[in-house]
Design a protein around this ligand. Sequence first.
Ligand code: CAO
Length: 447
Amino acid sequence: MSIKEVVVPDIGNFENVEIIEVMVKPGDSLASDDPIMTVESDKAAMDIPAPFAGTVKELRIKVGDKVSAGSPMLLLDTAAEEKPGPAVAAPVVKSFVPPAAEAAAAVPPPTHPVPEAPATIPPRHRPDPVASHVEFAPGKPAHASPAVRRFARELGIEGEGLNHIRGSGPRGRITREDVQAWVKGELAKPRGEGLGGATGLAVPPAPVIDFSQFGEIDTQPLSRIRKLSGANLHRNWVTAPHVTQFDEADITDLEDFRKSMLEEAAKRGVKLTLLAFLMKAVVNALRAFPQFNASLAAEGENLVLKKYFHVGFACDTPDGLVVPVIRDVNKKDVLDIARELADLSELARERKLKVDAMQGGCFTISSLGGIGGTAFTPIINCPEVAILGVSRAEFKPVWDKAGKVFEPRLMLPLSLSYDHRVIDGADGARFTSHLRAMLSDVRRLLL
Ligand code: CAO
């Protein structure tokens, strides 16, 4: 092991200048001339490069420190790089190029004094002076001149942010034009909706796979509804921080009541479904917890509380999922609601649903109870802030009030997903408890 202390070289008029970026960390393997840190005075910024190759053993600097010529920067282990031959001890200092001049010239300024990369540096460290294409390497310090770094910082690209930009200059150096092109590209990407949506997500593209190499396939176009709902579901999933609260409601008495009403409802041409009662229960809970009947304003500064109660329901159609909305549920009785549910479902399945029948919802119910399952995590229908998932009700043994005997009770699983930016966990649990209370007492529900 051969440890050498590297100090700040003579950097001209730069005295007591602030370190604004440190590009290396202990364990990093540096080639001669790799940037170690950037310092900035009130006039300009400059990179301080490594005077020789080696492995960083210890850092003596951090962002915010003030340094001058001679200040210790780091300890460099040069053992791996050293072979018999003249040691390169003198620090290599890059000449400072003023921002304007640098902006005009993407090629890095010549270094002085300019010892060539020592012949003792192993080939993997040897810089390739004509490399026109350098792979993007997250975590590796980006090569960019101080002027370009400063330009990038002015545009909000700080520190490792530069690593996202592919440099087109010599040795992959990032030019001012590279920064501009990258920012343009980022701005052209689809936007979120302020706090109501900014994603800030940088995910790698999905790999393109030819599935036919593994077996027989059939490729079918996605329906228009599936494409639209897919994009919306994806946006809602990534922009709203979801929490799902699970609960169970005892609907034994409610089911008895519903069944007792079926004949009378049928006479009026209505199939009285559980969903109609769920709509009433939800409106009751929305009244009790107004923050669930709300949307984040687009600029993210305000919560818009709604005084109307339009409730949507997820409807499975051959073309995909649609969400018709029943307006003013608070002003309708269960028979009216059940009738509308049936009418809207039929229109949806016949693809005759008008656009305005799917707008203005405050809250959505997604019922998979007719199909099966014990619980699921529904995706919020943004800009709504909560959605109730309902799974298949089952008879379960439940203790009687005295806690002495098990009674068979019909238990309905509830899965409430809510937007945690608007609703706290305690309120999520209060909301489902309220729903439980409503659904287990028909008298309260129909009040
Ligand atoms: N537990 C047990 N049985 C239930 C039930 C529940 N929670 N909910 C409904 N059922 C029963 C009904 O009583 C009915 O039984 P009968 O035919 O014996 O009377 C049967 O299941 C079918 O009900 P339904 O589907 O006709 O009526 P519904 O009101 O339950 O549902 C609708 C209407 C439009 C919600 C439904 O047809 C639908 O499309 N569901 C799928 C919704 C969906 O895809 N959600 C996922 C969205 S992705 O997040």
